[in-house]
Ligand binder design. Structure first.
Ligand code: FUC
Length: 805
């Protein structure tokens, strides 16, 4: 799948980028705010092959070496896992649209290719393999015999190519066999039947074939460009290989595509084999990508990759003023697991999250799934798809405040393609549960989405998760607007999604005897009672999410000056939702019929869906003290003994309750217990949502903006007593920088990207003078000791410096 996307750069960020490059070159490793971040090891990843039988796999396929130790790179369309081996290198390639039947029959991402490079270097010295997060490049370096070998890899988004440069010093010493394979040609299930050939011809190897279930035609091309030496292509036994002998250096260019087209049709309830056009072959598209890459050449491709990537990555810096340790990341993690005293790893995980988000979610490609853009499997756990009862949303929670809003656009494109089917699902849902509420026109029932979704199918809500799942999704649309203040997005993208969601949700409500409106049937995601899904009326999850969606609709309508019937309905209904109830243990109740905490459902359940109103929702906040206190009781009683992403949700909630120490405590636990040596995070199994959830959590501890003001350093733990950041984003599209010492701010900078009025909250801020960058006093209104308000000009930066510190 490939659609044309024009490269966009924010002018303001280009300037920032140039400044950053300057700083990095002056002092890369200094304790400045512009560090070079690496994930690295002094050993290659082992490659012992996958295993389905071992207990850790919990019945899922499991390749421990892939999951724990290989290093991921991605460009949104495709991803690789790099093992960095010196005997036989393994580069496993995934292309997001290549799916087979998958678990549950709704499609599942499956491995696309295994690219082997036989070097037979059995005794490497001075070995290292490194991902440089500032460049999104990966390097493998070692000495073997009297030769120094270097391999550099990057996955370019603008040119949609994986580029690898292999070199040897002294020259003429680079020899290896390139031996790619198509995995899973002998499927375990007939429904995953796959064909394919690997053909080498001169300097090109082509892997092409078909995955039967959805008629996916796929193709991968590997172009070999040698400097010196010779190439020999052979096809013995049908196995296409290229032997490189005595080259000075070699560039490999690798492109992949399928006949998948993101469209309304692909989600339609048609037979699986008709979803794609079997006569459409990706050959021309892949050949074009390869010839484009060849024409540009390695250096130009690298330059374009860096320009694209660093425009995103360099927008944010964050530094807790800890020394950069010299140990390999794997050892650093082991040390942290023993004694979590080196807070550098907490900083590194944040930056790794941003690296991973850029690698997995780019405009024109599919959104980021449960495993990002990576799967080595034939049958990927949970399909690797888009899970809507929290996971896919969590992938994007941190996109806005960490200055990567455009990474959410792939989800918007995905949504617009599936919306026609989602409307049909809404009608079906209402036919089943609320026939009296059905509209005459089937298109007038709004849209809905349930838990499971893949590039080929979506499902409606029901069973273990209530209709609130849809509103957990639209929250992202509102947040995109609220952080960017892009009114065209609000009108064209967010409003239709939110308005039609309100329309659907309005129909799921039934009047109660006491004049309320309650979602029926309703479920708090995945909660079970006496071993069965607990289906009831008006769970806090569903009630709150109706409230959030209606509230966002009302706000959006006001901004856009729209008054339609759905807005009027939302205004009428929102007062009757009674969404938050406090129980006899002081807890925010999960179920209306619950009295004491935990009497219904599992006490330590991983989902804390009733706190979605605290985060990512905003209904519970500092202005609703009783509910905020109730949230703390719930979090305390629920505990932190849980799975990966579930810890990340708790971390964000603790940030919102402004409990910095508690937020940090769960972050530490998360890194110690649910982080793998390659810094992927695990549910288990590996799920990327945890990486993104904790990245969002770090930002949420450092700046919040959901209470009508920008609250600076709202949940700062002692462990981060000194530090600085630049470029985090607050609602209203303000870029925030902060420097603090001994737990207290020394200065803040606020860049106003949209010229909106700004309100800041921080202890003692009322005493601090506001200036512009030239040091001129800027007008500002004090609203007590801890709050100020000021008008801003678009593009201007404002400074608050605490002189006495
Ligand atoms: C949700 C969670 C599970 C898992 C799955 C992918 O259903 O409840 O724990 O993360 O998504």
């Amino acid at each position: 799948m490939r659609r044309d996307v024009t490269m966009k750069t924010k002018p303001i960020n280009c300037v920032l980028y140039l400044l950053l490059c300057l700083c990095i070159s002056v002092s890369a490793q200094a304790a400045s705010s512009n560090r070079v971040y690496t994930v690295w090891d002094n050993q290659p990843a082992p490659n012992r092959g996958g295993d389905y039988g071992i207990s850790k796999a919990r019945g899922y396929p499991y390749d421990e070496d892939w999951e724990l130790r290989s290093y991921p790179l991605g460009n949104g369309y495709m991803g690789i896992n790099l093992f960095g081996r010196t005997d036989t290198e393994r580069i496993q390639l995934t292309e997001k649209t290549l799916c087979n039947e998958g678990l549950y029959g709704i499609g599942g991402m499956a491995s696309c290719a295994e690219i082997y490079l036989d070097f037979d270097h059995t005794h490497p010295l001075n070995y290292s393999r490194t991902i440089n997060l500032n460049e999104a490049t990966a390097t493998v370096k070692y000495r073997h015999g009297d030769v120094d070998y270097t391999r550099e890899h990057f996955m370019s988004y603008p040119d949609n190519v994986l580029a690898i440069r292999l070199s040897a010093n002294p020259k003429g010493k680079l020899s290896f066999v390139l031996r790619p394979e198509i995995p899973y040609l002998a499927p375990k299930k007939e429904s995953n039947a796959k064909t394919g050939t690997v053909i080498a011809k001169a300097d090109l190897i082509t892997l092409a074939g078909n995955v039967k279930h959805f008629s996916v035609n796929y193709e991968v091309q590997i172009k070999v460009i040698n400097n010196g030496g010779s190439l020999t292509a052979t096809n013995e036994g049908g196995k296409g290989t290229i032997r490189v002998a005595r080259a000075n250096s070699v560039v490999l260019l690798i492109c992949a595509d399928t006949n998948y087209k993101l469209s309304e049709e692909v989600f339609a309830e048609e037979t699986n084999s008709e979803k794609l056009d079997i006569n459409q072959k990706p050959h021309a598209a892949v050949s074009k990508l390869i010839s484009n890459a060849v024409a540009k050449g390695y250096e130009k491709l690298r330059e374009r990759h860096l320009q694209d990537y660093q425009n995103l990555f360099n927008r944010v810096t964050l530094n807790f003023n800890r020394d950069v340790p010299q140990e390999p990341t794997r050892i650093l993690l082991e040390q942290y697991q023993q004694e979590p005293s080196n807070h550098y790893l907490e900083e590194l995980m944040f930056h790794y999250g941003r690296y991973l988000l850029i690698a997995t979610s780019r405009e024109g490609a599919l959104p980021c799934g449960l495993q990002g853009v990576w799967s080595q499997y034939e049958v990927t756990p949970f399909t690797g798809g888009f899970w809507h009862n929290i996971n896919v949303q969590m992938n994007y929670w941190g996109a806005f405040n960490t200055n990567l809003a455009e990474t959410f656009i792939p989800y918007v494109e995905f949504h617009e393609a599936y919306r026609r089917e989602a409307r049909i699902l809404a009608t079906k849902y209402l036919q089943r549960h609320r026939p009296d509420a059905l509209a005459e026109e089937p298109t007038d029932n709004g849209w809905t989405i349930g838990t499971g979704a893949t590039p080929y199918r979506i499902q409606g809500p029901g069973g273990h998760s209530g209709p609130g799942t849809g509103a957990l999704t639209t929250k992202l649309f509102w947040d995109y607007y609220d952080f960017t203040r892009d009114k065209a997005f609000l009108l064209e993208k967010a409003y239709p999604a939110i308005q039609e969601m309100s329309l659907f949700l309005a129909k799921t409500l039934v009047p109660s005897d006491d004049g309320l409106l309650l979602v029926k049937p309703s479920a708090s995601p995945e909660q079970k009672h006496n071993g069965r899904n607990y289906i009831t009326t008006g769970t806090t999850f569903d009630q709150c999410l109706v409230w959030e969606n209606h509230n966002d609709l009302i706000k959006a309508a006001k901004i856009l000056n729209i008054n339609d019937e759905v807005v009027e309905l939302a205004q009428e209904q929102i007062t009757k939702l009674d969404p938050i109830l406090i129980g006899k243990s002081g807890q925010v109740k999960e179920f209306r019929e619950e009295q004491f905490y935990g009497e219904i459902g599992q006490k330590t359940h991983r989902h804390i869906s009733h706190l979605c109103a605290l985060y990512p929702g905003t209904l519970i906040n500092s202005n609703t003290k009783e509910w905020l206190d109730g949230s703390i009781v719930t979090l305390d009683l629920r505990g932190n003994r849980t799975t990966g992403w579930a810890m990340a949700h708790r971390m964000n909630c603790r940030a919102r309750t402004k409990e910095g120490e508690k937020a940090h405590e769960v972050y530490v636990k998360f890194i110690r217990e649910r982080t793998l040596p390659n810094l992927w995070t695990t549910h288990p199994p590996f799920q990327i949502d945890g990486n993104f959830g904790c990245m969002a959590g770090v930002a949420e501890m450092l700046v919040q903006s959901h209470e009508g003001c920008i609250e600076l350093l709202p949940a700062l733990p002692k462990a981060w007593n000194n530090g600085q950041y630049k470029g985090l984003v607050a609602r209203g599209n303000f870029e925030i920088s902060a420097v603090w010492k001994d737990g207290k701010a020394t200065s803040f900078e606020i860049t106003s990207n949209m010229g909106e009025s700004c309100r800041i909250k921080y202890p003692g801020i009322g005493r601090v003078g506001l200036t512009d960058v030239s040091g001129q006093t800027a007008p500002c209104t004090r609203e007590g000791a801890d709050r100020i308000r000021f008008a801003t000009k678009r593009g201007e930066t404002y400074i608050l410096a605490f002189t006495s510190r």
